[in-house]
Ligand binder design. Structure first.
Ligand code: F0G
Length: 356
């Protein structure tokens, strides 16, 4: 099956409608998400040799993360069903996305976030989009349990990735990778938190293979942060810890589906240390010009590890999803770099500081 796209991008629902559950035209709530670039690695040949490495930069979605792909569909379906309000638990990005799409749909949004563990950019988004932001003294897993409780009894639609329309929307990222490459990658690396995204990519790749768009499937390579790696440990982590706050999750909702993605694809779910994550985060920004948030670099950190361990080989096509934009977490960026120099407003002194 050959797919051709014409004209201006119309958002993932319009673009991939034949591969998504039915939805009425009037219900579609879109910020024209999707169509993110798949960018070739340029300056990591010393690490990756003749591996073809590409970055799917999901930070370029309207609210700065991959969540927009799922949120357009979840909020559109909520609108179609007559919902007046949406709710989510979030480490930040889901809340930013939910509140933006709810604003566009004219709905109320409620977001539960763990106090002190949400990056500033994300918090500012939810606040600006008019969400009722509820900071709880507890972690993401506790917030998600409360949201599940509330949605059982009250007229608010849950837009966490337990909502199946979130996964439907997010699977379109796999469609785009397959279309851009003209085939499936050998390996697809990505960070794992609540495990919705690895589930969604795997669903997308399988569907494109079933439809004959691609003839092979990638191995799915999911990476958790070492202090928040319940799937690797094989049991929930009560008090997860990592600098990558987006994936600070101890009991992922899509645990079973993530294991299925790993096993069916003959892939891996493993962990990387916070140091590995920070190193990959800085490599992406400093060598490739790609500013992603810390959690987003866990996929590349995993790929570096797999290369060192001899799993990846020359000639492989490796895609890493960079799930969120670096501007989401300016504090982490500033704290990871040497301080700016303070110099007098004087040409000579500035030239000296420049090394001339
Ligand atoms: N990367 C980023 C930047 C994220 O925000 C998340 C999840 C993930 C990776 C992991 O994806 O949960 O599908 O395995 N963020 C959620 C949130 C939990 O609330 O924004 P996942």
């Amino acid at each position: 099956m050959q797919l051709t796209r014409k004209g201006l991008w119309a958002g993932i629902i319009n673009e991939f409608r034949e591969f998504l559950p039915e939805i009425g035209d009037d219900a579609i709530v879109t910020l024209l998400e999707g169509n993110t670039p798949l960018i070739e690695m340029a300056n990591m040949k010393d690490i990756f040799g003749d591996i073809r490495l590409l970055f799917k930069f999901e930070g370029l979605n309207p609210t700065g993360s991959f969540k927009d792909r799922g949120m357009t569909f979840a909020v559109s379906k909520a609108k179609e069903d007559g919902a007046k309000a949406v709710i989510c638990a979030s480490t930040g990005n889901t809340s930013a996305s939910a509140s933006a799409y709810a604003a566009k749909a004219g709905m109320k949004s409620y977001v539960l976030v763990p106090e002190g563990s949400v990056a500033l950019g994300k918090l500012s988004q939810a606040m600006m989009h008019g969400a009722l932001v509820l900071q709880i003294k507890g972690n993401f897993d506790e917030a998600l349990n409360i949201v599940k409780d509330i949605t059982k009894n009250y007229p608010v639609t849950m837009v966490n990735s337990i909502n199946p329309y979130r996964i439907e929307g997010q699977k379109t990222a796999a469609f785009e990778v397959a279309e851009h490459l003209g085939h499936a990658p050998t390996y697809h690396f990505l960070p794992v938190g609540n495990a919705g995204n690895i589930t969604a990519y795997w669903k997308g790749y399988k569907e494109y293979k079933d439809k004959g768009v691609i003839s092979s499937l990638p191995k799915m390579m999911g990476f958790q942060a070492e202090g928040a790696a319940p799937i690797v440990a094989g049991h929930p982590i009560e008090d997860p810890q990592t600098i990558a706050t987006a994936i600070k999750i101890g009991n992922p909702a899509s645990w079973a589906a993530a294991l299925a993605a790993r096993d069916e694809s003959v892939g891996v779910i493993d962990s990387v240390t916070d140091e590995d994550i920070l190193e990959a985060y800085k490599l992406l920004a400093g060598r490739e010009g790609l500013f992603c948030e810390p959690a987003s670099a866990a996929g590349l950190a995993g790929a570096i590890r797999m290369k060192k361990e001899g799993v990846l080989n020359d000639g492989d096509t490796v895609v890493c999803t960079l799930t969120g934009h670096g501007l989401k977490d300016p504090n982490m960026a500033i704290n990871s770099c040497p301080k700016p120099l303070k110099v007098a407003a004087d040409t000579k002194k500035i030239l000296k500081a420049m090394g001339f």
